[in-house]
Write a new protein. Sequence first.
Length: 159
Amino acid sequence: MRHAQAAAASNDRDRPLSATGRQEVQIMGQLLKLRGPLPQLVIASDAVRTMETAHILIDTVGVETPLRAATELYLTSPDRWLTTLRDIDAQVSTALLVGHNPGVTGFAQQLRGGGRPIDEFGPAHMASFDLPVEQWRSIEPGKALCRWFLGPRDATFLI
C-alpha cells in the first residue's frame, strides 16, 4: 500500500496526512475489511504519513494488528521491499506493507507474475497478492498472483 494524500511540511519525513488522505485510508480500510485478507502484521515506513496511514487503516478494519515502524522502507528500492517481506516471521500468514513511491510501485510490479495488472500506485492505492510459498523467505520476484489493485476512487464503487 502507498500512503494516502499528505499535507505539506518543512521536512519530508514529518509530512502528516491531509484531511482528504485520512478519508482515503478509511475508504481503503472498509474495502480491505470486505475483500480481505486481513493482515496479521502491518509494516510501515517510519515517516509520519505512512505511520498515520497504517494506524487509520488498522482502526478502520477493526482488528488488533501489530504495527512495526520500518526506517528501511522510507523512500527505498523495490529490492529493499522484497528483503523486508522475506524477513517476516514464518508464523505470520498475511502482512501489509505501507510505503512510498516509486518503491511501492516498483516492488509490486517486480513481485507480480500474473493476475491483475499493476499500474502506478496513487495515494492510498493497495494491491493484494497470493504468494505461492510456505515461508516468506522463499518469495521470488515474478511469482505472485495479484488478486486486486485498487485505489480510493475504485473502492467507493465496491463498498
